[in-house]
Design a protein around this ligand. Structure first.
Ligand code: PEP
Ligand code: MN
Length: 255
């Protein structure tokens, strides 16, 4: 059984978090949970922060009911993005780790609310935030501190346009050298390209990251959001195997 506190205290555990960009149906998440080897933490958006308001916004309350149902059947922890402090009431029952998305890194009211909740927070870097701004924003969650905040490097906006964002590996190395925070790399949003996820995952482990947040969908071409960057469970399993082989070189153990 996966123990979140043990992970937060460990220096060697390399955590693979995966799941669809957005929760779309029971069948979709069931496939991910049953086809991904050893998946301990499922990610999936229920309230989506879409750049275009005319696109799929997530299942909302219906998605929460779905996760409740699936938790009776499968053994997994759940991470999802909270986009508004008013969602705490409905999300708290199913959420094990709250995700703060890039668009909300500066939403200090949200951060203050999460500080009161006491649950671990995966805290994404804003598109153009410096590492200093990102770390300073953590002070709004000072009660959680280094024990309960996972910083997530998800790529930043640069002059480069061949990929969706630019994965700032410097930030991972810098944060690991200068703080005790855990760092999770999101190669899916960092590149926006499914075929790049494998190599960027290798690089993440080599850089000293503590884990990955990967978008994985049973049928990426039909995904309602981020279809170009989602990988299949089979591809995810292959990446897990490769990382397991690499892990001893970097004093890590893939979980
Ligand atoms: C996500 O992980 O679903 C997401 C929206 O990511 P970001 O906040 O990094 O854009
Ligand atoms: Mn996404």
């Amino acid at each position: 059984m996966f123990d979140l506190n043990e992970y937060m205290a460990s220096k060697s555990q390399f955590l693979m978090i995966a799941g669809p960009c957005a929760l779309e149906s029971k069948e979709q998440v069931e496939s991910v949970l049953s086809e991904c080897d050893d998946l301990k933490v499922l990610r999936s958006g229920i309230f989506k922060m879409r750049t275009n308001p005319d696109t799929f916004q997530g299942l909302g309350d219906q998605g929460i009911a779905l996760i409740k149902e699936l938790k009776d059947k499968f053994d997994f922890k759940f991470i999802t993005e909270i986009t508004d402090p008013r969602q705490v009431g409905v999300l708290n029952e199913v959420v094990d780790i709250y995700q703060v998305g890039s668009r909300n890194m500066y939403n200090y009211d949200l951060l203050k609310e999460l500080n009161l909740m006491g649950k671990p927070v995966l805290f994404k870097r804003a598109f153009s935030a410096t590492v200093k701004e990102w770390l300073n924003a953590c002070d709004y969650m000072s009660d959680l501190g280094e024990e309960k905040i996972l910083l997530c490097e998800r790529g930043i906006r640069t002059f480069e346009t061949s990929t969706r964002n630019t994965l700032d590996i410097n930030s991972v190395v810098y944060i690991k050298q200068n703080t005790n925070f855990k760092v999770i790399v999101d190669p899916s949003h960092a590149s926006g390209i499914a075929s790049m996820v494998r190599k960027l995952s290798h690089v993440a482990m080599a850089s000293g990251a503590d884990g990955l947040l990967i978008e994985c969908h049973p049928n990426p071409v039909q995904a309602l959001s981020d279809k170009d960057q989602q990988i299949t469970p089979k591809e995810l399993n292959q990446i897990r195997k490769e990382l397991q082989e690499m892990a001893p070189l970097f004093d890590k153990k893939v979980i």
